[in-house]
Design a protein around this ligand. Structure first.
Ligand code: PNS
Length: 160
């Protein structure tokens, strides 16, 4: 069984992330969306909140599971027999950090391969950060995130 792990902070999940999930799920037997801490970012949602949202959004995707990473990504992936890491690549600006992480993960464990899917052209400019920026100024985020995510963001906005 070919397993792929799609890690990210998903704070929150965007339509661009969901597009990568749907496309990767067609290629691999099982796709694990792995909600992870990015130590460089301060999140809007807890890991559990992000996990719950992604579970709801992917409920109809039969071969998609959602999990929370507690530790190093390479250690998580090594539990499986030749699982691969899947990442989405938007513009050239993503490349440097992704290249470094892919090389680091493979240096740490030579069996840990990373594969990149190019972003869907309609999603190339969407990021979790830009969605949060729009929300901060009460902009309309409905085109950029799944409905479930939009509702949760609006709840957070209302509770401030
Ligand atoms: O969506 P992001 O924030 O770009 O995802 C980055 C993430 C969470 C995948 C990366 O920070 C990560 O892999 N964190 C887990 C800890 C780890 O293994 N760090 C070493 C990566 S070389």
């Amino acid at each position: 069984m070919k397993v792929a792990v799609y890690p990210g902070s998903f704070d929150p999940l965007t339509n661009g992330h969901f597009d990568i999930i749907k496309r990767a799920a067609k290629i691999f037997d099982k796709l694990i969306v792995l909600v992870s801490v990015n130590s460089c970012k301060s999140p809007m949602f807890s890991l559990q909140e992000r996990c719950a949202m992604i579970k709801e959004v992917t409920a109809t995707c039969q071969n998609v599971q959602v999990d929370i990473l507690d530790g190093l990504l390479a250690d998580y992936v090594s539990r499986f027999d030749h699982a691969v890491i899947v990442k989405g690549l938007r513009a050239l600006s993503d490349f440097e950090a992704e290249f470094q992480m892919a090389l680091m993960n493979r240096d740490y464990d030579e069996n840990v391969e990373t594969m990149f899917l190019m972003t869907g052209v309609n999603y190339a400019f969407i990021s979790s950060s830009i969605v949060k920026e729009l929300d901060r100024y009460h902009g309309d985020i409905s085109k950029y995130v799944p409905d479930v995510v939009q509702q949760e963001i609006l709840k957070k906005r209302g509770s401030k």
